[in-house]
Write a protein that binds this ligand. Structure first.
Ligand code: SF4
Ligand code: SF4
Length: 179
């Protein structure tokens, strides 16, 4: 994903994925070891390619990620629960130290995180942070960042929940994960 501009979460009113697919075109999606192992074991080696010293996701001829699909006029991910960590987090970027001198600290479970959003995403609404952003979206982003949560509810598009035929019952999963 191309990082144009990062803005601290404290300047963002809310975020909602518009399913425009912009972040899944022409992006070099780096795979962590866990991402690589999950994708290769579940979907096969054909979806990844080596790029210098990294494994990244392959692209289709039109420049989109191999896992991008169009449904009901919206772009969604075919591997929602298995997508790489950078995809799960986008447009959020989480650091354990401030990237700039700004108001980016977000305290969660007695720990400080420094959270920014990538302004290249079209789902960002600027303003005073909403209750939803503070109490639902950001905590989930941190849980995803810490790899304590696999399934997304507030930090992904609404269609992603219903698209995956094998997607388990979110209510049961969330209560099992204490959210
Ligand atoms: S995360 Fe942002 S750029 Fe990506 S599909 Fe959603 S709205 Fe579009
Ligand atoms: S894995 Fe999914 S979310 Fe990530 S770039 Fe590909 S289609 Fe987009």
């Amino acid at each position: 994903m191309i990082i144009n501009h990062l803005i601290p979460w404290s300047k963002v009113k809310n975020w909602r994925c518009k399913m425009c697919g912009k972040c899944c075109f022409y992006s070099r999606i780096p795979l962590s070891f866990e991402d690589y192992a999950t994708i290769v074991s579940k979907y096969g080696e054909v979806y990844v390619v080596q790029d210098q010293n990294l494994f990244v996701l392959k692209h289709k001829k039109n420049g989109s990620c191999v896992f991008l699909r169009m449904k009901e006029g919206k772009y969604t991910c075919k591997i929602q629960e298995d997508k790489p960590l950078v995809c799960k987090l986008f447009p959020f970027r989480v650091y354990l130290y401030p990237k700039f001198k700004d108001n980016s600290e977000f305290k969660y479970k007695n720990k400080s995180y420094y959270v920014y959003l990538d302004l290249s995403c079209s789902g960002i609404k600027l303003g005073a942070p909403s209750e939803e952003l503070i109490s639902k979206v950001l905590p989930e982003v941190i849980e995803i960042y810490e790899r304590k949560l696999i399934f997304q509810k507030y930090s992904t598009s609404y269609l992603s929940h219903s698209n995956n035929l094998n997607f388990p019952n979110l209510k049961i999963l969330y209560s099992a994960q204490g959210l």
